[in-house]
Write a protein that binds this ligand. Structure first.
Ligand SMILES: C[S@@+](CC[C@H](N)C(=O)[O-])C[C@H]1O[C@@H](n2cnc3c(N)ncnc32)[C@H](O)[C@@H]1O
Length: 305
């Protein structure tokens, strides 16, 4: 999977923010940030494919059969649970960049000492959750995932403290979050590399489910795979499920988002979009001497008051 090393992002110096789905601007930010990456840009232009890449994607038209697709949907939870059985807590790196992003979300606080209530939706084994709880002692976080194993790993973590955290199992596409989280009670929700794992037909349901627990004025912080990320171009034929949607060898799935697609999803679910931008960087794969283009999409939106 492509996000194993997806861990730290420098303080973004953003181009002008936008909230409409169509405006296209040039990327202007170039941020040196860590030795193995050459640069990072943040902005509103999608990555441009070279002719070879464009041809590869164009040629890959055969979709996985409906029968197999239905099986993948039925077994989505099982496949993620097996993923955590194989990898335990070792796969994803801690995502410390969310705490930097949360600097901005501190604006959610109406007064400095206010305890912030957070929900980490699709928390995995807590790679976002624990750095966040460590960095800001005045946060209480709900955390949910549909993999029972992942939730158990979170609860077993020495940093798990029930006074500061409540982890529970929940399939965001069908279990009502209101069973575990009071309505209109959460200041900020993080949805980090989760929506890409969900069938596009059910993404809207997930966003609506989250909407119910957010406070009016509360924020949703979204980060996920962007269109033409290196991992999208690596899929061989026979792995395509639909437009920008693929299945990995282990049965877990991955969607690659354009800014317009996310904009439509979020606005249809009632959110007000504040930031919606591509984060692009070139990572050097030292072993193979290759420059690898990574693309992520990062959004911030709020539930209107
Ligand atoms: C790529 S992992 C990211 C985990 C975590 N957010 C992080 O950044 O480390 C995707 C996670 O989404 C969870 N997930 C996928 N579909 C889900 C669903 N329908 N409901 C709840 N969790 C889901 C998976 O179990 C997995 O833990």
């Amino acid at each position: 999977m492509g996000d194993t090393k997806e861990a730290c992002v420098t303080e973004p110096q953003r181009t002008e923010q936008r909230s409409d789905c169509t405006l296209r601007e040039k990327m202007v930010t170039v941020t040196p940030y860590r030795p193995e990456a050459t640069f990072q840009t943040i902005g509103h232009s999608a990555r441009i494919l070279d002719p070879e890449e464009a041809e590869k994607l164009e040629k890959d038209r055969n979709l996985v059969s409906d029968f197999k697709q239905e099986k993948l949907e039925r077994e989505a939870q099982k496949n993620w649970d097996l993923f955590y059985k194989r990898n335990s807590t070792n796969f994803f790196k801690d995502r410390h960049w969310t705490t930097r992003e949360f600097e901005e979300l501190k604006a959610c606080r109406e007064f400095p000492a206010q305890k912030l209530i957070v929900l980490e939706a699709g928390c995995g084994v807590g790679n976002c959750l624990f750095p966040l709880l460590e960095e800001d002692l005045n946060i209480f976080s709900y955390a949910c995932d549909f993999s029972p194993r992942a939730v158990e790993f979170v609860k077993q973590n020495p940093l798990y403290n029930p006074e500061r955290c409540n982890a529970f199992q929940c399939d965001l596409t069908k279990d009502n979050l209101l069973e575990n989280v009071p309505a209109d009670s959460v200041d900020a929700v993080t949805l980090i590399f989760v929506l890409s794992a969900i069938h596009p037909d059910k993404m809207q349901l997930v966003l609506e489910n989250i909407y119910k627990v957010l406070k009016p004025g509360g924020c949703l912080l979204f980060r996920d795979y962007g269109l033409y990320d290196h991992t999208m171009l690596r899929f061989k034929t026979g792995h395509k499920l639909g437009s920008n949607f693929y299945v990995r060898q282990d049965g877990t799935r991955s969607f690659f988002f354009s800014d317009e697609y996310v904009c439509r999803l979020l606005t249809a679910a009632g959110y007000e979009l504040l930031v919606n931008e591509y984060v692009q960087r070139e990572t050097i794969n030292k072993k193979e001497g290759l420059c690898v283009p990574r693309v992520f999409l990062q959004c911030k939106c709020k539930k209107p008051k």
